[in-house]
Design a protein around this ligand. Structure first.
Ligand code: MN
Length: 248
């Protein structure tokens, strides 16, 4: 019996436009090329025709993902195909966030290295420049000990996924203490943009703090204004990143 199967398989949400699958494949490779994902971490998208399903690769290093590796899950993170290959252990991050956030259509979970210190330090991650202005609502830290005591740090069941989703609340990014982070957005390109600039912001913030003086962060109003401007420009980096990732 396949290890993924816990109960009767759910029905498929139906066929998906191959161009959208290509975007999900590109997202996985882009995030690997940009150093947000390494051999670990994953990106998913909600099924465009059925909000109760989502799409994500089988357990595989993100840079190696192709369209044939994309699997469909219900929001309890059971594969729709009972014979599906091995799924990611932490797929519950995705399913539970899609349950909690109906407007979210893409989720990235990474261990992007520059961000990790902000999950273990009392220094909060804050927006240091306009490219990361989406951080203006604040970045919560998910403390898995509060949810489940001593664990291996992995979000390996629906209860932990739901606890992470509660910590995220209505915000775009949550850090996971001693582990990594999760980034959400209404689209795959925007989730990729946010995951990349969360990593860059963490690196730049660390450098700014290292200079030793006081640091001026974006004010919330600057954050809101800048985020509105950036929303109109996402297609430009997305075209570049996708072309590099897919070699087209
Ligand atoms: Mn992880």
């Amino acid at each position: 019996m396949n290890a993924n199967v816990k109960k009767g398989a759910a029905a498929s949400g139906g066929p998906v436009d191959p161009a959208l699958i290509d975007d999900l494949v590109a997202a996985s490779r882009i995030l690997a090329i940009q150093g947000v994902l390494d051999a670990y971490g994953h990106v998913s998208m909600r099924h465009p025709a059925n909000p109760g399903r989502y799409l994500m690769s089988r357990s595989l290093a993100p840079e190696l993902v192709t369209a044939s590796d994309i699997l469909e899950y219900d929001l309890d993170s059971n594969p729709v195909d009972p014979h599906a290959p091995l799924a990611f252990l932490e797929r519950f991050i995705h399913g539970e966030i899609y349950k909690a956030r109906p407007e979210v259509n893409a989720v990235v979970h990474s261990h992007s290295p520059s961000v990790v210190p902000f999950g273990v330090s009392s220094v909060p991650l804050r927006p240091i420049y306009h490219m990361s202005s989406f951080l203006h609502p604040g970045v919560p830290v998910f403390e898995i000990r509060e949810a489940a005591g001593m664990t291996d740090l992995l979000v390996r069941n629906p209860e932990l996924g739901a606890a992470l989703a509660r910590s995220l609340g209505e915000r775009p990014v949550a850090l996971m203490r001693g582990h990594g982070n999760v980034v959400v957005a209404k689209s795959v390109p925007l989730a990729v943009f946010r995951a990349i600039y969360t990593e860059v912001n963490a690196r730049l913030q660390t450098q700014a703090i290292g200079l030793g003086g006081s640091v001026t962060y974006l004010a919330p109003e600057e954050g809101r204004k800048s985020e509105a401007t950036n929303a109109g420009t996402i297609a430009r980096p997305w075209e570049l990143w996708k072309r590099r990732a897919l070699g087209t």
